[in-house]
Design a protein around this ligand. Structure first.
Ligand SMILES: [Zn+2]
Length: 333
């Protein structure tokens, strides 16, 4: 077995420090770091001084967020990935659709994991005592550990046998009432993520082996080839984030035993959908609450969302369950 086909497991000894590369674990100095948000992204959307709410509810700027990274991982793996996504994003929807989904997963995964690692390193400081440290939450750590196995496809040649670890959704936003060139949202526990790059919103659930993508497949297909009003994108996000919230399974990943001639790791997966329901029950009021959160910029409250208790309000879907085209948003009353 060659050394380059070896996965790194920082969770075994909880090796989260400023002196270990986040991706390969190599000892480094505290100056060796890589930005969580690619430099091109920061420059293109003026994010350097823009604030971002961290997982522990503290605030940092996008520019401040960097993670420990050895020179080799930085130049060989992170920079080429950023370059590839930058070029794809420059072409808008077409570019991002053509980009290998695995690369998009790695790119989103790096940002998600980067914010997580920032949090885990902080928790090693005895002066910062969060109320519910992630480093003591075994269930979450188990989930992150599985996630990091597949994220390492960024560094270690790896083939996913017959799955993608995540669900990805690409939505095109209509320019008519779109005022935000960039938007970012991630949720630590549910691993739901979204980022808006110009006219494209990318929504992702990071560790579901594509199950949420299948569950929302019909809705997603309705949106394809359409330009969505931002409020429709917000509703789509609410549906994805809510699905991630009730998603109740953690995939496990296994490396196939290596043969001497192997040039890559083959990853297999199982997800327990036999003894467990993959989704907890869908609860109308809980969904309505999520939708209310997402619809905050339009000030639509739960009362309006649930005006018809049989059917929560939808901007995406009409009464015949087809796509509801929407150029401008008109207040309901
Ligand atoms: Zn490294």
């Amino acid at each position: 077995m060659t050394d380059e086909l070896k996965l790194y497991d920082p969770f075994q000894k909880m090796q989260f420090s400023d002196e270990n590369c986040f991706l390969c674990g190599t000892d480094i100095t505290i100056e060796q770091r890589t930005p969580v948000f690619g430099t091109w992204l920061q420059e293109k959307y003026g994010l350097q001084h823009k604030e971002l709410l961290l997982l522990d509810k503290s605030v940092a700027t996008f520019g401040e967020l960097t993670i420990p990274c050895c020179d080799s991982c930085h130049t060989q793996y992170v920079i080429p990935l950023e370059k590839e996504v930058e070029q794809a994003a420059a072409l808008g929807m077409v570019g991002l659709q053509q980009l290998d989904q695995k690369r998009l997963f790695q790119w989103i995964g790096k940002m998600y994991y980067g914010t997580l690692v920032t949090e885990l390193i902080k928790e090693t400081d005895p002066l910062i005592m969060p109320q519910n440290p992630i480093s003591e939450n075994n269930k979450m750590l188990g989930k992150f550990r599985e996630f990091f196995k597949v994220l390492q496809s960024l560094r270690v040649p790896m083939v996913f046998s017959d799955f993608l670890p995540c669900s990805l959704f690409l939505l095109e936003v209509s320019p008519t009432e779109d005022e935000l060139p960039f938007e970012y949202q991630d949720e630590l526990t549910t691993m739901a993520f979204s980022i808006k790059l110009g006219s494209v919103s990318v929504v992702c659930t990071l560790l579901d082996n594509g199950i949420i993508g299948k569950a929302l497949g019909r809705l997603y297909r309705l949106t394809q080839g359409q330009q969505l009003h931002p409020i429709q994108v917000a509703e789509f996000k609410a549906r994805v984030f809510y699905a991630a919230y009730i998603f109740n399974a953690v995939p496990e990943y296994f490396e196939r035993p290596l043969k001497p001639e192997d040039r890559y790791i083959t990853m297999d997966t199982i997800i327990d959908d036999v003894t467990n329901e993959v989704f907890n029950p869908w609860v109308l009021t809980a969904y309505a609450h999520m939708l209310e959160e997402m619809l905050k910029p339009w000030g639509i409250r739960e009362k309006e969302i649930l005006a018809n208790p049989q059917q929560p309000i939808s901007f995406l879907v009409n009464e015949q369950a087809g796509f509801n085209p929407m150029e401008r948003f008109k207040r309901l009353n």
